[in-house]
Design a binder for this molecule. Structure first.
Ligand SMILES: [Fe+2]
Ligand SMILES: [Fe+2]
Length: 291
């Protein structure tokens, strides 16, 4: 392998940093193990798990390298397939909650994308960003426990109906809370805390400030931004300017001030998502109570 790097068959997805690190390691006379994505002649990717051992001569100099390569393409492809299926299922589960309340079709997708932007700009770890983004479409899944008479009521809810509507946070939380999966743990937090408000005036627990998990604070902003921008049974979609005005007012009240600042700082990213997932062609009527 001396003088011949993997670059001859290297997949463009592989950063050259990986190979620099590999060469640095083995030229330091240490074994290197890693996963390398390569490219077949027909352009399709294949993955190999590689271990490279430097072989030293009696002067302790590198004589040659021995590489053991295992083709793990099938495992990787299965893993990708599983991830895609999981994501698809989550969107569909999330839509169950929304469809019963006849919310507009792309609501959960947009909430996921807005949450991703906020989480990234806030500086969460890659794993946190992934779990939040993947779990946020399920924020209203607890609405499966709300009767149609309330969920689809046209016009304002009375106090008793509001009380029932508010139970959807806890219903969702109970649905996920005993899971060990990091994704479903994130879903438990999001369902429980997406109606909490920074100043402590939200529900169900009236948590305040950073006592509200960052996943809850992010989903709250993402959800409200999208809900206000969409038609609902009791109102037409708000113009963006009117939403921005409300966000300025609610900075430090409903919403985490840092998140409001990030929202305005990266407004172009939010607007790109908003116009990408427009509601054109959506056959569902604008109804539903927003809780
Ligand atoms: Fe909700
Ligand atoms: Fe929502």
């Amino acid at each position: 392998m001396i003088g011949k790097s993997h670059s001859i068959v290297r997949h463009p997805d592989m950063s050259s940093e990986v190979f620099r690190e590999m060469w640095k390691t083995i030229l330091n006379k240490l074994p290197w193990t890693g996963i390398v994505k390569n490219r077949k002649k027909d352009g399709s990717p294949y993955w190999v798990k590689v271990t490279i051992n430097p072989i030293l001569d009696h002067n302790d100099e590198i004589e040659e390298f021995i590489a053991i390569r295992n083709d793990i393409t099938e495992t990787i492809l299965l893993h990708e397939e599983l991830g895609k299926t999981q994501q698809d299922m989550i969107i569909r589960i999330g839509e169950v909650g929304e469809t019963r309340s006849r919310e507009t079709g792309h609501h959960v997708r947009r909430v996921a994308e807005y949450s991703r932007i906020l989480a990234t700009r806030y500086g969460l770890s890659e794993e946190e960003i992934r779990n939040l983004t993947n779990a946020s479409p399920m924020h209203d899944i607890g609405k499966i426990g709300i009767p149609d008479s309330i969920l689809q009521k046209v016009g304002p809810l009375d106090d008793a109906e509001w009380e029932v509507m508010r139970t959807h946070s806890e219903t969702g939380y109970r649905f996920f809370k005993d899971s060990d999966s990091p994704l479903l743990k994130a879903a438990a937090i999001i369902t429980y805390e997406h109606h909490e408000k920074w100043d402590g005036s939200g529900y169900p627990r009236g948590l305040k400030g950073e006592a509200i998990h960052i996943f809850g604070r992010i989903t709250a902003l993402a959800d409200v931004f999208d809900a206000l921008g969409s038609d609902r049974c009791y109102k037409k979609a708000w113009e963006n300017e009117r939403i921005f005005e409300l966000f300025r007012q609610e900075r430090g009240k409903h919403f985490d001030p840092i998140l409001v600042d990030l929202f305005f700082k990266h407004l172009d990213e939010f607007l790109a998502i908003q116009s990408y997932y427009t509601e054109t062609g959506n056959e569902r009527g604008p109804t539903s109570a927003d809780a």
